[in-house]
Design a binder for this molecule. Sequence first.
Ligand code: OSB
Ligand code: MG
Length: 369
Amino acid sequence: MKIEAIELRAIDMTLRTPFETSFGREQVMPFMLVHILTDGLEGWGEAPTGFGALYNEETRDTVWSITEQLIIPLLLGREVPSPQGFAQQVAHIRRNHMAKAAVEAALWDLEAQRQRKPLAKVLGGERSTVQVGVSQGIEPTIDELLARVGGYLGQGYRRIKIKIKPGWDLEPVRRIRKQFGDILLQVDANSAYALSDAATFKALDDDNLLLVEQPLEEDDIVDHAKLQAQLRTPVCLDESIVHERAARAALELRACRVINIKPARVGGLSAAVAIHDLCRSQQIPVWCGGMLETGIGRAANLALCSLPNFTLPADLSASDRYYAEDLIDPPIVLNADGTITVPTGVGLGVTIVPERVERYTVRKARFTA
Ligand code: OSB
Ligand code: MG
């Protein structure tokens, strides 16, 4: 199987409602799609660059330029590499994990199709449905937050995560507990706090949260260890775990008791599986985070969630929680038991609708051998 062409597309997707985190409020999500065409099969990957340089250092433009200038020349006209072989091939390019992950995802899609299996099976997945939840942003008022949380619980979601920041933490959590009782609840600070704010997290210790996600700076594993030592609630790291070595360091220093795995953040599904395996060997539960992906990125995340150590609910909701129209057909839906079904078709297992991809495209380029 030879790579004949690679198409890059910049797409702009508009969220049904704006999403606010400690780093800002966004409604239009810029993504880059990678479409690899071989003599027979086609593979798709997505870089979820919706938060630009606010979440990590990458933006859609950096992802595009690294992919065009450094990654595509390694692939065009050659045999399709295995995803793991590709990860080795680009290891000399420092960081740029979203760029690598998007191309690797398209190669996983191709690899699974070549094996005539669903991606989940090729990755070592075992379950057919996965527990999911909703990640709820910061709202202008607590009443609006409560209305949104109530809406999601009414739709059947069984785990709620809320974004927090200084000044929007104890009160929203208490009001949710008061109104909705003992639901599965967790918080995500996107590194908005310092170790000197430990008192806030000690106060949250009484609220029976599943975990507190990324309270401190991305590169501050030592302070996370100091914070975790003072808390009963598990600290979960997201931004800090940029590769398997970071996971190893965090676990060795006891900086967290749970890890959020996002393939885009760690450089691809291969690295995601490696972190899953490491955590499994140390009895550290993991769960799959999200970046408000379109159905293309979410289908790959769903496949990953089927691995055995993904034991906490994923940040992975139905298509209609994000976008009025998804890029895939049928859209991803929530089951009555609060789970989502892992696609069973070969490859990503979802049908990508070309007219829709075209409708949201703001820039495209085709590179040929
Ligand atoms: O920190 O998990 C995060 C979205 C953009 C950037 C960072 C994060 C998020 C989410 C979205 O929480 C979760 C989802 O895709 O449903
Ligand atoms: Mg997070």
